[in-house]
Design a protein around this ligand. Structure first.
Ligand code: SF4
Ligand code: MSK
Length: 650
């Protein structure tokens, strides 16, 4: 396909599949502003093959040791083999990714406890979820106040992090068969922090040197993330801020406003962004904005904080990870407020070319050149107001802006509870209709497209190509993170996208009125996908474990270590997962074969990697077909046309 030439050379920098972003990049480049495009062009995409393929060890000062598999003398000075080295590096990625979610989870619990005690301005919005979660944590609810129950839940959730043994409460949600597999393999997480610590210890020089044993701990560490910290984040955030329900909103650079003060939230934890959402329409704030000639304050999101406030409030998303500098380069942002994870260090440099202030808010994530205003959930509203007032004070300094007109409508807010209600109806919420449609073949299966976007690929193109191909083949897509934003930009998160589906999926989407690509939230909300998969199992008819249901995942543009942790907890939960464009163990065939083939026997799910989005989609569809065949539901049944009664039933 012929692509429009932009401010960069597509043969060096793959760029981004977004006309609006390309317009702004052109504008920025003419102004001499450097973004990821110039950095990619400056250093190219070539990289050290030892590092990229996992066979460079720098875990002690005798190294770094670079190794070539198959060359007997090409091992570490300590004797470490390429497979051991690739496994250690892979496991350290899992530990780092899990640690990011774990720290997020801990912060969420601290905010939750403060809210429960009345020391923070948040409420208990979803009492139903509070009670069901309390039950899982074996908390007595009868005759007790919501406040008491919430405090005990917060304390018990906090104890999960420091627990040394006895298992995590949310593990009990997994299918029984899956729990038995974890028990048999000895990988039931004992406590959240413990698994990360042990992973770092085992990968220390001279400790665990058996790649299979290392990956077992990698799985335990990843499970402590998915079924531990990430699930705690999602559930407690839902209880505090509300469980998402379908909501219409807008996505892309065009959500920025020319006549309002634009404040962009970026990062991951919703504690601050919720506080900003609470005060943005405060009369005091509106008056302050009007005093400098603006109509008001426009709050927009970037990355996963953006997804959090999109899911719950319909606050628009200005951009994904790869668009963060482009959002600034519109010249229309008064302040970008960041907390943790996926924040480019280049932001203050880009911001200096405009009137924009970058405000860091977490003591765990400071950036030279940014203003630091520490967020404290006890004083959340005051901090939020102070930040917005600083943004307002910048508005008079705004220069020429370049806000592309492009923005796309999305329907987001598909928590697993929403899917339950939408498909099963308000009075008999269940996954039965979904399971029945999978069994009768109208829906071939479920494909998760999650994770980051990246400067290494034509950003957005890979996600949306995989999504289009899956839905055209009747695969219902669940999406989170920056993948969801990319799908949103391309109009795939609307019910109208049903026209792009195969006939079976189209019938279902049109009957229920849902998009074929369901936005389930942020990175930590991948735990919602674990629960959705578990509910499919529980509903019956599709096997008794996640490894049997026709479901598969991908992260085609992955970039962060968190993606590796997420991938490993899906694989260890029985779902196969394919990554795109690169994989961090490829220089050890032994290790790669272990992850791509042998894990299938252990967990019922394994890893894969393909470059081309069509190959990624093909791999996923084949994996789904294999599971359909194993379940005996692969034979094409005669299509039944829906009459009105059947639609009502659905
Ligand atoms: Fe080299 Fe072994 Fe040290 Fe790694 S731990 S840097 S392989 S000597
Ligand atoms: S923000 S981890 S780039 S999804 Fe969660 Fe996006 Fe990936 Fe960051």
């Amino acid at each position: 396909m012929e692509r429009k030439r932009t401010a960069f050379c597509p043969s060096i920098c793959p760029g981004i599949e977004c006309e609006a972003s390309n317009q702004v990049l052109e504008f920025a480049s003419n102004k001499g502003v450097n973004t990821f495009v110039q950095r990619v062009e400056g250093r190219g995409l070539d990289r050290c093959q030892f590092g990229a393929g996992g066979t460079c060890c720098r875990n002690c000062s005798m190294g770094p040791c670079m190794m070539i598999e198959g060359v007997p003398e090409s091992i570490g000075i300590c004797g470490a083999t390429p497979a051991t080295t690739a496994a250690r590096n892979f496991c350290r990625m899992i530990a780092a990714g899990a640690a990011a979610h774990i720290d997020h989870g801990r912060e969420t619990v601290m905010g939750f406890l403060a809210a429960a005690k009345g020391e923070a301005p948040y409420e208990i919005k979803d009492e139903r979820k509070l009670l069901s979660t309390a039950q899982l944590f074996e908390i007595k609810t009868e005759g007790r106040s919501i406040k008491d129950i919430a405090i005990e839940l917060g304390e018990k959730a906090m104890a999960e992090f420091g627990r040394q043994d006895g298992g995590l409460h949310f593990i009990k949600r997994a299918p029984v068969k899956r729990q038995e597999i974890w028990k048999k393999l000895g990988i039931l997480p004992r406590g959240i922090d413990r698994e990360v610590t042990e992973m770092m210890h085992r990968t220390h020089m001279g400790t665990d040197q058996d790649y299979e044993n290392l990956i077992l701990q990698g799985s335990r560490c990843a499970l402590a993330d998915g079924w531990g910290a990430s699930m705690i984040s999602t559930e407690l955030q839902d209880i505090m801020f509300g469980t998402p329900v379908p909501i219409r909103a807008m996505v892309n650079l065009g959500v920025l406003k020319t006549d309002e003060v634009n404040v962009v939230v970026h990062g991951h934890e919703p504690l601050l962004s919720e506080a900003l959402a609470m005060v943005v329409d405060d009369p005091e704030i509106v008056a302050a904005a009007q005093a400098v000639g603006a109509k008001g304050v426009n709050l927009a999101g970037v990355c996963c904080t953006g997804n959090e406030v999109l899911m719950r409030h319909g606050i628009p998303i200005a951009g994904s990870f790869i668009q963060q500098e482009i959002v600034l380069a519109t010249g229309a942002v008064e302040a970008m407020v960041v907390d943790i994870q996926c924040i480019m260090q280049s932001l203050p440099t880009v911001a200096k070319c405009y009137h924009t202030e970058i405000i860091t808010t977490s003591p765990r994530a400071k950036i030279t050149g940014a203003t630091h205003i520490e967020f404290d959930h006890h004083n959340a509203l005051q901090v939020a107001k102070d930040i917005i007032k600083r943004a307002i004070s910048r508005y008079p300094q705004r220069g020429p802006v370049h806000i592309p007109q492009r923005k796309t409508e999305v329907v987001a807010g598909f928590s697993h509870e929403t899917i339950n209600h939408m498909l099963g109806g308000a009075f008999r919420a269940s996954y039965r209709p979904l399971n029945d449609n999978i069994i009768n073949g109208r829906i071939k299966g479920v494909g998760a497209i999650v994770g980051c976007d990246s400067a290494r690929v034509r950003s957005g193109y890979v996600h949306t190509t995989v999504a289009r191909e899956l839905i055209a083949n009747d695969v219902l897509v669940l999406t989170t993170g920056c993948a969801a934003t990319a799908c949103g930009r391309e109009g795939l998160l609307t019910p109208e996208a049903a026209s792009l589906c195969g006939p079976g999926l189209r019938e279902v989407c049109e009957a229920v009125g849902i998009p074929p690509v369901l936005h389930m939230g942020s990175c930590v909300d991948n735990s919602r996908i674990l629960i959705a998969a578990t509910e499919i199992v529980r509903e019956g008819g599709l096997g008794d474990d996640i490894s049997q249901i026709p479901a598969v995942g991908c992260a085609p543009e992955w970039m962060s270590e968190k993606a590796i942790a997420i991938g490993q907890y899906f694989v260890a939960s029985g779902a196969s997962v394919i990554f795109g464009h690169t994989f961090p163990t490829t220089k050890s065939q032994v290790m790669t074969d272990y992850l791509f083939k042998d894990l299938l026997d252990l967990y019922g799910g394994c890893w894969g990697m393909e470059n081309d989005p069509h190959d990624i989609a093909r791999w996923m569809i084949e994996a789904i077909d294999k599971r359909r065949e194993a379940l005996g539901i692969h034979k094409k049944k005669e299509r039944v046309l829906f009459d009105m009664a059947m639609r009502r039933e659905l």
